[in-house]
Design a binder for this molecule. Structure first.
Ligand SMILES: *Cc1c(COP(=O)(O)O)cnc(C)c1O
Length: 356
């Protein structure tokens, strides 16, 4: 079985660095664990690094964290579906919402349970994922403030994740401006401006986050040390937090271009091939069910990932410096997307390494 080795202490170092960096600018970090499926060991590293709030997108992950004894403030990053609400209010402290209906339903369920849940109402500042579009946010947010009262703790936005939109100070100014307008109209205080995720970290580094923004929700940068939206490693963090290995089950020299008429591959993609002559090709026992082939970075110099189908990963090892054999394993670093699949796959063994 392919193995993913997890280095929790390294994730802890990333958490410590980013928590301290954000704190210098008056920004509190919400540590997002969703890519690890709510792994309690990793969450504990974040908490030990001084992070006080955790963020999760799925209730099963929140349950896993709670079952391990973690009682910290928990933010649910995606609106729960209606039949999950009664379960959610027992587990979650703050909900990110973008519709009045679910917000009301959550509030009523919380009141019935005798728990206090708060809300961060999302504003879409251009990435076109969740949130009321900023150009007509005022009416809906005013209603939200009146309905939720003091339980509307703040407003937020998310950039980079869907449209790949880059965070700029102007985007955050939009959020602050809307917040002030709501405060004026309702007399209620907007306490939390939950602006960024990993894609917004360059603004923290460049000290251009507008005054008033006071919360960032960080996952990828803590866990992988990367920032896919800006295509970079995050300065001051480590990227060797997870290493995957899979076994070579076939190693043969073959042409680099398939023979016959080319249709679509197993995923409906139309493959393109460059003729590189004969190649030494390794087939490994891991595939698209467990990883995303575009996000596998071989640690062996000279090796190049070509493609994967559901169960087979094909690597060009013609230029690999190491002499490989069938039965040996190859190691890879993983992108956020590849890690997400590997952590989710029951066909990948997870092993914790207690080295720093
Ligand atoms: C996943 C998620 C985050 C964390 O994003 P990263 O890019 O991993 O830092 C923040 N906010 C919301 C709403 C999310 O769903």
């Amino acid at each position: 079985m392919p193995v993913i080795r997890i280095f929790p202490a390294r994730i802890g170092q990333n958490a410590q660095h980013l928590r301290a960096l954000c704190q210098l600018r008056g920004i509190e970090v919400v540590g997002v664990t969703k890519v690890t499926l709510g792994d309690p060991i990793i969450a504990t590293e974040m908490l030990s690094a001084g992070i006080r709030i955790l963020g999760e997108s799925r209730l099963a992950n929140v349950e896993r964290l709670r079952a391990s004894g973690i009682s910290h403030h928990m933010v649910l990053l995606r609106t729960p579906e209606s039949r999950e609400i009664s379960r959610a209010v027992k587990l979650v402290d703050t909900f990110l919402v973008s519709e009045l209906g679910p917000m009301r339903a959550i509030q009523e369920a919380a009141e019935e349970t005798g728990r206090r849940c708060t809300f961060i109402y999302m504003v879409d500042t251009g990435d076109l994922r969740e949130g009321v579009h900023y150009k007509n946010a005022s009416k809906e947010l005013t209603k939200a403030a009146r309905l939720a009262g003091d339980s509307l703790s703040g407003i937020g936005t998310n950039l980079g994740c869907y449209g790949g939109i880059i965070a700029t100070p102007e985007k955050f100014e939009i959020l602050l401006h809307i917040g002030r307008k709501i405060e004026k109209k309702t007399g209620q205080k907007i306490r939390v401006y939950s602006a960024g995720n990993t894609a917004s970290l360059p603004l923290v580094e460049e000290k251009t986050v507008p005054e008033g923004i006071n919360q960032f929700r960080l996952g990828e940068s803590i866990i992988c040390g990367t920032d896919v939206t800006n295509n970079r490693d995050v300065p001051g963090t480590r990227q060797d937090t997870f290493i995957m290995s899979a076994e070579i089950i076939e190693l043969k020299t073959k042409p680099s271009v398939p023979e016959g008429l080319i249709g679509q591959d197993a995923f409906g993609r139309k493959p393109v091939f460059a003729d590189k002559g004969k190649q030494l090709r390794a087939i490994l026992n891991v595939g698209e069910q467990d990883i995303y082939s575009g996000g596998m970075i071989p640690l062996d110099k000279g090796a190049e990932v070509l493609h994967a189908s559901s169960d087979h990963l094909i690597v060009d090892v013609s230029k690999c410096e190491k002499t490989l054999k069938v039965g040996q394993t190859m190691e890879f670093r993983l992108s956020y997307g590849a890690l997400l699949r590997a952590m989710t796959s029951p066909f990948v063994e997870k092993v914790y390494e207690h080295t720093s």
